[in-house]
Ligand binder design. Structure first.
Ligand code: ZN
Length: 126
């Protein structure tokens, strides 16, 4: 039996919390910030569908192909910077500084420490 993706993700997130994980808040900054087809702003995960990711050998995600949820146009998305913070208000404040897509995400182990990831995928502990 195949579960809908949203239910699978929900169970996976719950399993992480049950294993001693912690809820954190993530935001990201990326290009393009709007659809090249219809010019809708890409602000929340619901605005696009990941069409293909992990495009480089070694599983290093430099870019991915996304599809606009409105017009279906496909484009390459490059994440420039992300923050994952334990304080929701600090994450929300970054929305005023060019970041978007505030999401509640479960984290385990060292990933429960506040951190920033740069465009090369390097983690910087805060
Ligand atoms: Zn579009």
């Amino acid at each position: 039996m195949t579960l809908p993706a949203a239910i699978e993700l929900d169970r996976l997130q719950q399993a992480i919390i049950e294993q001693g994980g912690k809820w954190m808040y993530g935001v990201e900054r990326f290009v393009p910030n709007c659809c090249p087809g219809c010019e809708r702003r890409f602000e929340r995960q619901q605005n696009w569908i990941i069409y293909a990711d992990d495009l480089k050998p070694g599983n290093r995600r430099d870019y991915e192909i996304i599809q606009c949820a409105d017009c279906g146009n496909r484009t390459m998305r490059k994440v420039l910077e992300t923050y994952q913070l334990s304080d929701k208000e600090k994450a929300r404040a970054l929305l005023q500084k060019g970041f978007c897509n505030l999401q509640k995400v479960p984290a385990l182990g060292t990933m429960t420490k506040d951190h920033r990831t740069d465009e090369y995928g390097q983690i910087h502990w805060l």
